[in-house]
Design a protein around this ligand. Structure first.
Ligand code: ADP
Ligand code: MG
Length: 572
């Protein structure tokens, strides 16, 4: 075939393939347009997994009647006018590709009424070509209806998943924008029923309640902004990290609860996800992931958003600074704000069965946490654990203690695990591990898989105080073990580690080894402790950086506040 320039229609179809991958991409583009138009209310309606119908209605600026048709031309945009504009994009859209792309693969109707116009206009498009047009009454704003998506693109239709799956992608898109724009009232109707409805009152926590539910919302911590740090200085911090993160009390089994917004644009970034998870290291059980809504604001010139047609990836001028700022903000929030779980409700009713004790954190508490002191934050012990006075032991498992603000029940095993975990990590990184030589070396035989793991990583075990040398076929001689494990089942620890340590990176190894040693050497539940032992344990707990959860992420203590006690005894 001779070389020729492609027909407009073919170009649009090819371009549409990049922008409109599935029904959720249409929803994303239309919602972004509504947000760019300054809407305070956006309603999304879908039927048949979005293939049947997608309708997005907003109360934004609208399109002037003379520009409606133009909006469907390729590269037609009101958002970028010059090359310089491309360097500092404040809008979500800028490529002028969405409307023509959608019109190329579906039937589109638009009704819009611009600011200052008394009557609205409508336009119907089929196969990307304008058909019926005219004027129609409408309050200010825009409604775009997309029907029969991909009907003329069978290859795409075939690739789509079940309506339920497509619906879940659509719900995710609306959820993400609801989290990014808490000041906008979002409604999503799926096949006629309300799937999401946010109040649009500007409170992120209220969007979280609607998107993730009450249980998650009650366990979210507001990220401490760096304002205090910069008070009195002339320079503005960059980047500024805001949003909310889950306390270690809850977790999820996958990473889909991590949301990132850069200058309010929803983006995906494996590096940012990694940075968040790193900040939670040692706070969540292996294989568990946090919930996080991370807003990153930085000067427009420090981020390039024009990387990909779907605009879901960005390039930071200084990536390490951004990752570092996110990690620091999260770590600081976790250390300072994760409060001691509190017994919210102890119903003691005589004659009737008592209600279960609930450990809850109210949104109000999130806000009333102690103030942040910037300079020494990372080194100083957490501010939220007060000095405690030991009263006694319960069921040989829990230490009862009194604090200035009520009664504390401390899980002795979890508490000791946390203390030892931090001690072990500190000793390793300062090369101060305490080692116990064995009177007689012990031969340990391992299976082939364990053998591989051991060969690859016995240096890591050595850093924690194990002295091991090869001794024939799949057998090793152990000459020394960490002091903490002397007289304990250290062979069990080694086998457990060799079984669980495949496919981790170095950080993961170190964490797992420290957790395993801490877990096996900590006092057990059911072990009676003397008063002095309990006092020593509590004193050490007061020193650790994160006194609220054990390294597996379980809570160490619960608190019954003085106020609750007074209330329960009828003196409040
Ligand atoms: P882009 O968003 O990249 O500019 P689009 O193809 O998505 O490109 O939209 C083209 C233009 O149509 C936009 O620049 C905007 O002027 C107008 N437009 C689209 N949707 C809306 C809307 N909901 N409200 C107001 N104007 C809109
Ligand atoms: Mg757009």
């Amino acid at each position: 075939m001779p070389i020729k320039v492609l027909e407009k229609e073919i170009v649009s179809r090819i371009a549409a393939g990049e922008v409109v991958e599935r029904p959720a991409s249409v929803v994303k583009e239309l919602v972004e347009n509504s947000l760019d138009a300054g809407s305070s209310q956006i309603s999304v309606e879908v039927r048949g997994g979005g293939v049947g119908l997608i309708r997005v209605m907003d109360n934004g600026a609208g399109i002037p009647s003379g520009e409606v048709e133009l909006a469907f031309d390729r590269y037609a945009t009101s958002k970028v006018g010059s090359l310089e504009d491309l360097e500092s994009i404040t809008s979500l859209g800028f490529r002028g590709e969405a409307l023509p792309s959608i019109a190329a693969v579906a039937q589109v109707d638009i009704v819009t009424c611009a600011v200052g116009e008394s009557v609205g206009s409508y336009l119907s498009l089929k196969d990307g070509l304008a058909g019926n047009r005219g004027s129609q009454g409408r309050s200010q704003g825009t409604t775009i209806t997309v029907r029969n998506l991909f009907r003329k693109v069978p290859a795409r239709l075939k690739f789509l998943k079940s309506p339920a799956t497509e619906n879940s992608h659509i719900a995710n898109v609306v959820s993400q924008y609801a989290l990014a724009f808490p000041e906008v009232k979002f409604t999503l109707f799926i096949d006629g029923r309300v799937a999401i409805r946010t109040p649009g009152n500007g409170q992120l926590i209220d969007s979280v309640v609607q998107v993730y539910g009450l249980e998650v919302a009650q366990n979210m911590l507001a990220i401490r902004s760096r304002d205090e740090e910069w008070e009195g200085r002339t320079a503005t911090p960059s980047p500024v990290v805001t949003g909310m993160i889950s306390s270690p009390a809850i977790s999820r089994s996958n990473r889909s609860y991590l949301s990132f917004f850069v200058n309010r644009r929803w983006i995906s970034s494996r590096l940012l996800a990694w940075a968040v998870e790193e900040a939670y290291h040692g706070l969540l059980m292996m294989g568990k992931h946090p919930v996080a809504i991370i807003n990153i604001s930085l000067p427009l010139k420090e981020v390039d958003v024009n990387i990909h047609p779907t605009k879901t990836e960005v390039k930071f001028q200084n990536e390490r600074t951004v990752l570092g700022a996110v990690q620091k903000a999260i770590r600081r929030t976790l250390i300072e704000l994760a409060p001691v779980p509190k017994i919210e409700e102890v119903a003691i009713t005589y004659g009737a069965p008592s209600a279960p004790i609930q450990v809850l954190l109210t949104p109000a508490e999130i806000g009333s946490s102690p103030a942040y002191s910037p300079p020494m934050a990372e080194q100083t012990p957490a501010v939220s654990l007060p000095v405690l006075r030991v009263l006694g032991q319960l069921s040989s498992s829990y230490i009862i203690a009194e604090g200035p603000d009520g009664l504390y029940l401390v899980d002795q095993h979890a508490a000791h695990e946390r203390i030892l975990f931090e001690k072990i990590k500190h000793q390793r990184s300062h090369q101060e591990v305490e080692v116990q030589g064995l009177l007689e070396p012990v031969a340990v035989e391992v299976n082939p898989k364990q053998d591989e793991t051991w060969k690859a990583h016995y240096e890591n075990l050595a850093e924690f105080g194990f002295s091991i040398e090869p001794f024939g076929d799949r057998t090793y001689l152990v000459r020394a073990v960490p002091v903490l494990l002397h007289q304990k089942d250290w062979v069990g620890v080694v086998r457990e580690l060799l079984d669980s340590l495949s496919g981790e990176d170095e950080g993961g190894w170190i964490e797992k080894i420290a957790i395993s040693i801490a877990c096996h050497s900590a006092v057990r539940a059911g072990q009676e402790l003397t008063y002095d032992e309990m006092r020593e344990l509590i004193r050490q707990l007061e020193q650790v950086a994160i006194p609220h959860t054990c390294p597996h992420g379980r809570p160490i203590m619960i608190r019954l506040s003085s106020e609750q006690l007074r209330r329960e005894f009828g003196r409040g």
